[in-house]
Design a protein around this ligand. Structure first.
Ligand code: HEC
Ligand code: HEC
Length: 157
């Protein structure tokens, strides 16, 4: 078999597989609604409001928001989040302060107040809803991964 032919076959197989995968994920999300019709989305569930800080999956993860943010304005005129999370507000609010990275500009210079690139909090931080995820996720964090013994783990430890 020429390498060109092999490549063509590989590409055809990949296209076929991804079409199947796509069709499957659509059917999971759409239920039995045909592709040319719109589904009726299920009603939104209330935002979780436990006030218990959630674990982070890796050190650089923006923590998820453990309280409801319904009706909080974050716009050019006002930032409700900063009324609790700003450096000067945390004594009163007992909220965790925005960390030092929120003061860095894109050149790594530390500014006196929150950097414009960290102003719109919900670009990175999201509230949670108690729902069944439409797509399964089998992510494991690095600590769990390090505990799993691989075939050659004996040699390295
Ligand atoms: C009324 C005060 C208040 C406001 C307003 C507020 N927060 Fe909070 N936030 C808290 C407190 C207090 C906590 C600590 C956990 C708790 O008690 O809910 C917290 C926790 C968090 C955390 C979790 C931090 C961690 O380390 O796990 C994030 C992220 C967060 N808030 C983001 C936001 C964003 C984004 C907004 C605006 C949309 C906002 N908060 C508005 C008080 C506030
Ligand atoms: C561009 C993404 C981004 C934006 C925008 C952003 N954050 Fe964060 N935030 C992060 C990341 C990443 C972390 C975790 C690493 C760190 O602390 O820098 C974090 C951490 C935090 C923490 C936990 C701090 C700690 O010391 O545990 C709080 C609270 C928080 N952010 C609040 C906010 C608020 C309030 C805003 C809006 C004013 C905001 N963030 C905007 C990415 C962002």
């Amino acid at each position: 078999m020429t390498s060109k032919l092999r490549l063509t076959i590989a590409a055809a197989l990949m296209a076929a597989f991804s079409t199947v995968a796509l069709a499957q994920s659509f059917s999971a999300l759409r239920g039995s609604t045909p592709l040319n019709e719109e589904t009726t989305p299920p009603p939104l569930t209330p935002e979780m409001n436990t006030s218990v800080r959630e674990p982070r999956s890796y050190p650089e993860q923006p923590p998820v928001i453990p309280h409801s943010i319904e009706g909080y304005e974050v716009s050019r005129r006002a930032n409700k989040c900063l009324s609790c999370h700003a450096r000067t507000r945390i004594q009163e609010s007992q909220a965790p302060m925005i960390s030092v990275t929120h003061f860095f500009d894109r050149d790594g210079q530390t500014l006196a107040s929150v950097s414009p690139r960290r102003y719109f909090c919900t670009e990175c931080h999201v509230p949670q809803h108690n729902v069944r995820p439409p797509v399964e996720n089998d992510f494991v964090d690095i600590d769990t991964l390090l505990k799993v013994k691989g075939p050659d783990s004996g040699a390295r430890r």
